[in-house]
Design a protein around this ligand. Sequence first.
Ligand code: NAP
Length: 556
Amino acid sequence: MSQSLNSNDSMTEQGTSITRSVDVAIVGAGFAGLYLLQKFRQMGLSAQVFEAGDGVGGTWYWNRYPGARCDAESMAYSYSFSPELEQEWEWTERYATQAEILRYINHVADRFELWSDIKLETRVTHVNYSDESHRWSVKTDKGDEVDAQFCIMATGCLSTPQIPNITNLNDFAGPTYYASQWPHEGVDFTDKTVGIVGTGSSAIQAIPVIAQQAKHLTVFQRTPNFSVPANNAPLDPKWVEGYKKNYPDHREDYRLDRVSSFGDLMIPDEYRGMSETMITSVPIEEARETMERYWQFGGAKFIGAFIDTMVSEEANAIVADFVREKIRQTVDDPAVADLLSPMTYPIGTKRICVDSNYFETFNRANVSIVDVATNPIETVTANGLRTTADEYEFDILVLATGFDAMTGSLLKMNITGVDGLSLKDKWAEGPKSYLGLGVHGFPNMFTITGPGSPSVLSNMIVSIEQHIEWICEFIASMRDNGTDYFEVDSAAEEQWVEHVNEVAAATLFPKAGSWYMGANIPGKPRIFMPYAGGVAPYRELCDDVAADHYRGFNIA
Ligand code: NAP
């Protein structure tokens, strides 16, 4: 099925809408979309990017809530593809703020002159494969129509906000803000009473900051979360200089998982590498000492202090007890400490949070917590909300209620493949893909960090770069061989899905009603979506598939 790529690249501007025939259509202008565009341009392919936001940055464009910052360390949460870029950019803190990351990604768009092929404020509404032309048609809410050989979903894993099914949500008379769609001009909480629903990563970052400004903050908590102090600090320029000298080695450490996949940049040598020790094999005092060191060091690396934490309930309970003890030591009121202590799922099975003064915030006189697991929210009212036990009033409502993770954005786009098969139908019982990269029945379509790949269990930038580089090599090899069509083999897909499930079943992950499992969305199939086999083995496997003539992909 050989057509020469880049042969029909004409662009016509029709008012504000584009009609264009390109080699590659890309949905999303976050970290993945920008790097894809840069790579395809280098390969001499034409590409069109559509982005719903009025700026680039994806998750870092939308999530501007107070206190938003990355929980992977800044020197590693950045592109590695350009040595010049990594040398010239100066991160200022161990964990970058949302604003700093957004400046970085805008700098990348400027530096590589990417803007001309990105259409902002444009939402993709239809993505349809033609059995006749073997090309994709991409349509948008602005009337654009792009016809493309390949279609790549760079839509992010956490980009479709969950609207909670709380009765009369729209009845609140004051302003309501979603953490994931925060107003660009910010929100002034001075002298205001505030109610916040949710205690996940977003809320855990926002609560300490809102509490400093608001007159009173009421936190409505359904499920408490485990959280580890970030120990954020300004980066020492001398340390940065030394680190930059060895940037390629550090990047390789991340690619090969020689550091925790969550990030551990400022980590002293003794913490480098994944732990090989089982907590159940050492005396409890030694285990506690190790956990204390990790706790003081700060960050999500804590969860990797022992190798058996995510696979043994006994091991996990020791780590969870340690954190609950920390909560009790930090929170003055024992009843509040109890409420904030997770008891219903193993630590790490819901994404571990990383905070700055979260538990300490509950010692403030202007902060209170309401347990909406025991007394669920009945309804939002004009002045606040009512639970089955009481009524609460506040001026501003904040919803930090999470996302339809990993599949939400893909399923919103009306994607249809061969014979008009819709992705929604194909994934009705949960996402199925080969390597998290491609889906049987959807030829020439790739998903970046899709379900079935390590994605949200890894440093996202490392995984994004790995997928993009692998895809580009695949497309280049197809061009070299005079082919331009692939479809995932159905048996290869089945086997991969089975493997993903087997690996997940060997861990404790399925024991929590987490967004990893789709459990936060009513009616969503409960399947552990990411691949828990590790970033390094996964990379090796993808490379092996490529070396074996792209095993599992039927190419024509
Ligand atoms: P989340 O972890 O899904 O938390 C949502 C919260 O809202 C939960 O506490 C949930 O309670 C609550 N909730 C939802 N519907 C509710 C309802 N109807 N009534 C009461 N409570 C309700 O979402 P998130 O905090 O936005 O974080 C999602 C992910 O984004 C994180 O796990 C992380 O991967 C990523 N993230 C990363 C960073 C970072 O890098 N620092 C920051 C923010 C987010 P239940 O648990 O009971 O459902």
